[in-house]
Design a protein around this ligand. Structure first.
Ligand SMILES: [Mn+2]
Length: 264
């Protein structure tokens, strides 16, 4: 495949939302895009982890492992104080868990793409922004160029913060975060309390192409049945997830969860 012919759909952070995944895969298929890569955090959440795993296993695409995937595979039996984690573990078969364990933390795909879930070194650290006591702040170009110095591929694909964002660096590299297929907003308290939000409930993904004009990114937002997903979240005692799914917002002042997204 020469660079001029590359067209790849990038999906990330599905979080067991099979309704959103189904809609995104249909959209990708409708556009006749054949190549898909996935950036991890595929199954964790109070939704439909087993059905999501079945769909993903059938796709056989380059996939990296996210922090929540690691949490799911490394969880011990004593997860009583982590009801969502224990729900996910209870739904998954041995085959699902083996598939989840099979992904590496980083990968190279179609020669031009370097895949990671969070930052290059940590699956639970954001690439494009940093969180401090003062809030969430975008990393500047200098910092990002230094972080990517060892990467030879022209395009870095990353997820984890659930917000679609593309950064073109002065050295020519492109960083693409496709946003989240399955969870458009969340509150988390690690490393400091913060909110991430897409602002609308649609499922997000990106299409990355290389043609005569160089690398181009198209961000896509797909409508799907988020009420169905929210109902399942509510039935699994996660009113916080239900609210994030329905609104794409997790602002203070809206009914936030008792615990953060990573609070398991
Ligand atoms: Mn993550």
């Amino acid at each position: 495949m020469s660079p001029a012919e590359i067209e790849v759909a990038v999906i990330s952070d599905i979080h067991g939302n099979r309704w959103a995944l189904e809609a995104v895969l249909e959209d990708i298929d409708r556009r006749d895009i054949r190549e898909i890569v996935s950036l991890g955090d595929s199954l964790y959440g109070p939704l439909a982890p087993a059905e999501t795993a079945d769909m993903l296993m059938g796709l056989d695409m380059p996939t990296v492992r996210g922090n929540e995937d690691r949490l799911v595979t490394e969880a011990k039996d004593e997860t009583a104080n982590a009801p969502t984690l224990s729900y996910v573990r209870g739904q998954l078969t041995q085959a699902h868990l083996e598939w989840l364990t099979g992904s590496e933390r980083t990968a190279i795909a179609y020669k031009s793409f370097y895949l990671c879930h969070g930052s290059l070194d940590h699956d639970d650290e954001y690439m494009l922004c940093e969180v401090s006591e003062d809030g969430v702040r975008a990393r500047d170009a200098e910092t990002l160029m230094a972080m990517l110095r060892s990467i030879r591929q022209p395009v870095l694909l990353c997820g984890h913060d659930h917000v679609a964002r593309t950064v073109r660096l002065p050295d020519g590299k492109l960083i693409v975060n496709p946003g989240s297929v399955g969870l458009p907003a969340y509150y988390d308290d690690v490393p400091y309390p913060h909110v991430m939000e897409a602002g609308t409930p649609e499922a997000r993904y990106s299409i990355v192409r290389c043609g005569q004009a160089g690398w181009q990114v198209e961000n896509v937002a797909v409508r799907y049945n988020w009420e169905a997903a929210a109902t399942v979240a509510r039935n699994n005692e996660r009113a916080d997830w239900a609210q994030w799914l329905q609104s794409g917002r997790a602002s203070p002042g809206t009914p936030l969860g008792r615990i953060g997204m990573n609070g398991a």
